[in-house]
Design a protein. Sequence first.
Length: 657
Amino acid sequence: MTLVKNFTTLSWAFLALTILFAASESARAAVPSETLMPLSTRGYASIGDINELCEKWNQTQMGQLVQDEAMQPFIEDLKNQLKRKITGLREKLGLEWSDLRGVAGGEIGLGLVERENDRAAVALVVDVSDHRTEMDALLVKVNKVLTKRGAAKKVTDVSGTTMTTYTVPAKEEGGIEQTAVYFVKDDMLCASDNRAEAEEMLRRFDGAVGNRLADFQPYQVTMSRCQDESEGLEPHIRWFVDPFGYARAVRSLAVSNEKSRSKDYVKILGDQGFDAIQGLGGHVSMAVGGAFELLHRTSVYAPPIPDLADKYRLAMRMMEFPNSNNLHAQDWSPRELATYRTFNCDLANAFENVDTLFDAMLGYEDAFANVLEGLERDPYGPQIDVRKDFVDHLGNRVTLVTDYEVPITPKSERFLFVIEVTDEEAIAATVKKFMASDPNAVKTLFQGKTVWELQEAQEEIPELDIAVSDLDLLEPAEVAPGESGKGKAFSTSAVCVADGHLFIASHIDFLKEIFSLDTPQSKLETAGDYREVDNALSQLSSGEASARFFVRTDEAYRPIYELLRQGKMPESETLLGRLLNRLLSPPDDEGEGILREQKIDGRQLPDFEMVRRYFSPAGTVVRSNDDGWIIVGATLSKLAPQARAETGINVSANTVR
């Protein structure tokens, strides 16, 4: 989930940048920004040509949606929140992202730098070739902004380069004094909120190899693989994250009252071997050849640990996702859905290696073993041997389907979790034992299939918080030492074993709809948009894969849109809704779990049917490698298949013929 969170946050950051930027002239970068960023850069993004990026963004359906008159009140509110939440450059350096639109003659690079025994630093690099007049005007503006905040200004000469340092006093007693440092060299405008980092950046202009982001092996590997996958297509955005380093860097910026947490999830995962994931980076392109709204490649670099019998250590050994050729829509998959995600996972291996992670999350040894023992020996429990009665009979394919009910409410999302089984009879017997021990489980028959409906308990049961942030999605329910942990890990409405699968549904009606599919036209595999996405993914990444995702973005985003209109977005319980709520929540509220106020006024948003045309189907394919994963994703354009073919785009090579 760390990877998902980072990638989603970066995706929203890129969206914010494209909304905030306007077009500017372009020129070849004087000095590549990755050669000026240090080896300790933990997060990095580069826009090669802001003029082309904005032009391409405006060609996409989402770009046109942003420009739609009916959307302007919402877009302005969104821009203001994203500027405060994502960029923070005004607070740190006294400028806005939009200020850079007139000064960039080429590449814009931004890095978050981890510094030993110090707060992380921001590093900004802008190629200002042929834009010196505009740059001078920007520096005058920065001077006014920082001076107004009471900054003391100091101009010094460092090795023949003029360096201007602003020291901004703390806003309140006990607060942190801030620094903003600027210098210009070789047509590159450089800035940082740390004087030492700015001086080190200046020294890197000598081109010496060894202490640059460009020399960092995880960065080199991820960028090289994305380039190979792109086959000559130059990206509009490049990005890189060292996930554990990034988490440490971000944490160094937190104030003291934000740092106190009951559990340090980052440390737990690092101790459990997940620090084998040394880096992830990607390429993002927009409006590609008329065929794609968005095209992205991501490389995850997790090399095997030398001198170990296993590839990884401890719980990281769970991360086995075998490739196969059989990840297309299953026969039971409904045509009407919002998302369809299917992947291969070595579930037996995951079960054998989850124990140390479970124990670490609960904070004591043998927690997982105690749970298993309770399930087997508790006279009031199901009395099942989880390994022999359940895990040994599971297949390796897992699928998650989401949908929603109308009218839209914060709890409208429905999900279906499906696992292939190798012995249906054995799994059914185990499920029966488990359900028989649950007083809230009711056995029913539907079309000859045994369905266990889980009704709400009469007494109040604490809700499991499924928040996709700071890795707490992995936190299990609290179980005290010596207890069996018999309670439900999560609440479901229906469970059924049928047709070689274990079905777990959030709503029994959703499960019944699945079982009622009786014609080819009612199944996903016959849907035109699914077939288009599936075909595009097969061309973008041919061969075997470990995961394939299909998303109808109009259906997936509709609940969020409607909740914004209702003013109920902070109450959303969908995964996407939780992500956006965490992204837009004030820092003080994040740590306290406070339901934030909806600050974006959605009452003036037009009816969803008026904007549905701006959303296109999308898909993602994942391929497992010996030392990580390659992720390729695309959002299709609105062109009909024939029109798409006539554009001359070769999605395999990603070049226009």
